[in-house]
Design a protein around this ligand. Structure first.
Ligand code: GDP
Ligand code: MN
Length: 381
């Protein structure tokens, strides 16, 4: 098949899944909203966002949607993280939005956030020059490298998060389109899941050129960490984007997009993942390249976790510009292709829309289905 044929074939499959009418997961243990959310036996979970003071308005817009679609029924706490102190304006703005709720505003220890002194400046400069030449976004922004490193390996060690097991990461400015009438965290817990995602994309291979070879080094020293039921086919697939898999030395670059994710931090805190992260960190690729937290989470999950514990939340309508997961469900504020507007109020998505056509080659959600999901899992909705 030619490149265009592969992309079209892939998008047809994607369309087939996304246009299927779905509702809630068909399990018999969904926990429906309690009569009184202020008196509810919650899972050990927090909503989690890393943000800058200037992002207050965008944080509010997204929280309003998360509340409206889910959390006003459950009242899970929120944890706000920042590399600087949160301003009183930020704190007051959130408190006014969520009166009476459990809210944490936390600065991140500079020792955890900032670039380690062991990073070789010259090597870093060369790395950034290459990335810049390759037009890789944010390559010159040190704070972005800090952020990727923090979300790859250190967030789950933040003292405030130590008491929590589950997190739902969200980002300022993202949109949620569908009502969620069951407790997502308890769904994860009761159905033996570790990690949930909505969107899956290929990465810029230039940003992670040595991630996979470095990982293979680690694995040759620690073969016992490999999970026998890992997602190896998904990680190493080379049909869709051969160039990427070749240039990374064997990793397709397909990853769960981490700006929405629901995860069990005990997985990240476990010896295989955390030792691997320490190894990655010691090699400096968060600064010499631009290793993203999304490929790092994904490679870690694919290698060290049972693939049956990774869940595609087809029912969560989500957008982080310019990519969508827009299910065909009566619980979603959707429109068919065409001008008809949504029925629930709030932002609207178009059933099955992924992105602009020139970005279709980024989509690898159907790889997950094709390589790792069982029919039973696909029939869950
Ligand atoms: P993109 O989605 O890859 O374009 O990256 P974003 O700019 O959205 O950053 C990812 C997340 O990290 C967002 O929640 C940002 O608010 C947050 N973030 C990024 N850089 C910084 C930073 O330097 N300080 C703080 N406090 N948050 C940051
Ligand atoms: Mn973002």
């Amino acid at each position: 098949m030619s490149r265009d044929e592969i992309i079209n074939w892939n998008m047809r499959e994607y369309d087939e899944y996304l246009t299927q009418k779905i509702d809630e997961p068909k399990v018999d243990n969904l926990v429906k909203p309690p009569a009184d959310p202020s008196n509810y036996d919650r899972a050990n979970a927090t909503l989690l966002v890393l943000a800058r003071n200037r992002e207050l308005n965008k944080v509010i817009v997204t929280i309003q949607q998360i509340e409206d679609k889910f959390n006003n029924k459950y009242h899970y706490p929120y944890t706000f993280l920042n590399d600087a102190e949160f301003s009183q304006k930020f704190i007051n703005g959130i408190k006014a939005l969520l009166p009476g709720r459990e809210l944490y505003f936390e600065a991140i220890d500079p020792k955890i956030w900032k670039k380690p002194s062991t990073i070789d400046k010259e090597k870093e400069r060369e790395g950034i020059a290459y990335l810049k030449e390759e037009k890789i976004g944010y390559s010159e922004m040190e704070s972005y490298h800090n952020m990727c490193r923090f979300y790859s390996g250190n967030f789950y060690k933040h003292p405030r998060l130590a008491k929590f097991k589950w997190y739902w990461r969200f980002e300022p400015g993202t949109n949620y389109f569908c009502k969620i009438d069951y407790d997502l965290f308890k769904f994860m817990e009761m159905n033996n899941k570790t990690y949930g995602f909505t969107i899956s994309l290929y990465d810029a291979q230039q940003s992670i050129k040595t991630l996979w070879p470095t990982t293979l080094e680690f694995l040759s020293q620690n073969p016992q960490y490999l999970h026998p039921n890992g997602a190896f086919n998904w990680l190493t697939e080379d049909f869709m984007n051969k160039k990427k898999t070749t240039e990374t030395g064997g990793y397709s670059t397909c990853h769960f997009w981490s700006n929405f994710e629901i995860g069990n931090m005990d997985f990240f805190r476990s010896e295989p993942y955390d030792n691997w992260f320490q190894y990655l960190d010691s090699k400096g690729g968060f600064y010499y390249e631009r290793w993203g937290d999304a490929p790092v989470h994904s490679v870690g999950l694919g290698l060290f976790e049972d693939k049956s514990k990774i869940h595609w939340f087809r029912d969560i309508g989500y957008e982080h510009y310019p990519y969508y997961n827009c299910p065909n469900s009566d619980k979603c504020n959707t429109r068919e292709p065409g001008p008809k507007s949504g029925k629930l109020g709030g932002p609207v998505c178009e059933v099955g829309k992924f992105s602009f056509p020139h970005l279709y080659d980024q989509n690898c959600v159907s790889n997950w289905v094709r390589y790792e999901m069982t029919d039973k899992e696909l029939g869950l909705y």
